[in-house]
Ligand binder design. Structure first.
Ligand code: PSU
Ligand code: MN
Length: 310
């Protein structure tokens, strides 16, 4: 089993990888910065249970005392949840500092992809990815998640980019960098809280086995880089576009007024949107993450079964 000196595989994850059983990576910035305590930790544990219920092994990623962790204990998940926004949001550029100083941090999509690739995990489920921010033409604010999708070979299941971002520019960036964008059961790019966005995906696929076959073909072609699977929020949890648009508009004004920028911007916007839409957006957020975990587990299973026809 190839392993890295800085990486700790949870025994359950190590055993699954060794026997070629399906594993799903999960991120932890969604725990610390994406939802409030205690729903953040409750959701993370429910997501792990959902992955297990679908026949795969969950590997929630973080950096704990300088060690890259693929698979966390319940206590570690609860601790990240309790620490909340005070946790170190850890993306690609932060990893060396945390490892060198023995610090603890929650991994973003980008950092989770890096740890997944080191561990040999090919499928990763989250809620929303980072993207090109609105106003990026002057701020240059493009999430490191996109660059990671361009270079690291992990398939990321999400509910689409949240419309705090510029969805059109996010798609352009992914196109430039050769990242396939798959719509699961949809021709339209979902936008996290809503099933529609007005933007299309590259290709619509309707089964986990089809997705697994595309992943295998991509790997066999030696193209490198990741793949984005956009899975629309279940209809019964989707929010009215107007509600979410006005909350996002308000959050963006607040961010500008306070001069929030850099790595603090996304957590600030997530927090404001959560506060402005209250429990409604939280239950939508929880539902879509569970839905993504379910799909990711089934893609991982299809992959483990060799991408055989459905
Ligand atoms: N979008 C969400 N929820 C999240 C995030 C984004 O709806 O929790 C988190 C993810 O961890 C993502 C990170 O990787 O924010 C992106 O931050 P930035 O835009 O600073 O790259
Ligand atoms: Mn940014």
């Amino acid at each position: 089993m190839p392993t890295h000196p800085f990486l700790d595989l949870h025994p359950e994850v190590a055993a699954a990888l060794e026997h070629g059983r399906p594993v799903v990576a999960l991120e932890s910035t969604i725990i610390s910065h994406g939802m409030p305590w205690p729903q953040n930790a409750e959701t993370a544990l429910a997501v792990e249970a959902e992955v297990r219920a679908q026949g795969a092994v969950p590997a929630t990623m973080a950096v704990i005392a300088g060690r890259l962790k693929a698979g966390l204990s319940r206590a570690e998940i609860e601790s990240l949840g309790r620490t909340g926004q005070q946790a170190i949001k850890t993306s690609r550029r932060d990893l060396p500092f945390l490892v060198a100083s023995g610090a603890t941090g929650a991994t973003t999509v980008a950092a989770t992809m890096i740890v997944s690739a080191l561990a040999g995990i090919k499928v990763f489920a989250t809620g929303g990815i980072g993207g090109v921010h609105r106003g990026a033409a002057t701020s240059f604010d493009v999430s490191a998640d996109l660059q990671e999708l361009a270079r690291t070979e992990v398939a990321v299941v999400c509910a689409g980019p949240k419309s705090i971002l510029d969805l059109g520019l996010t798609l352009e960036y992914l196109e430039t960098h050769g990242v396939p964008v798959i719509g699961y059961g949809t021709d339209e790019l979902p936008a996290f809280f809503t099933r529609d966005s007005g933007f299309g995906v590259d290709v619509r696929l309707d089964t986990p086995a089809e997705i697994a076959r595309v992943m295998q073909a991509k790997q066999a072609l030696g193209l490198g880089g990741g793949l984005l699977i956009a899975n629309p929020i279940p209809a019964e949890f989707a929010l009215p576009r107007q509600l979410i648009d006005s909350a996002i508009a308000q959050a963006l004004v607040d961010a500008t007024l306070r001069g929030v920028a850099g790595k603090a911007l996304t957590p600030f916007l997530l927090d404001r949107v959560n506060a402005l839409t209250g429990g409604l957006s939280l239950s939508a957020n929880i539902a879509l993450v569970l839905n993504n975990a379910r799909l990711a587990a089934n893609v991982a299973r299809a992959l483990a079964e060799g991408g055989r026809p459905d």
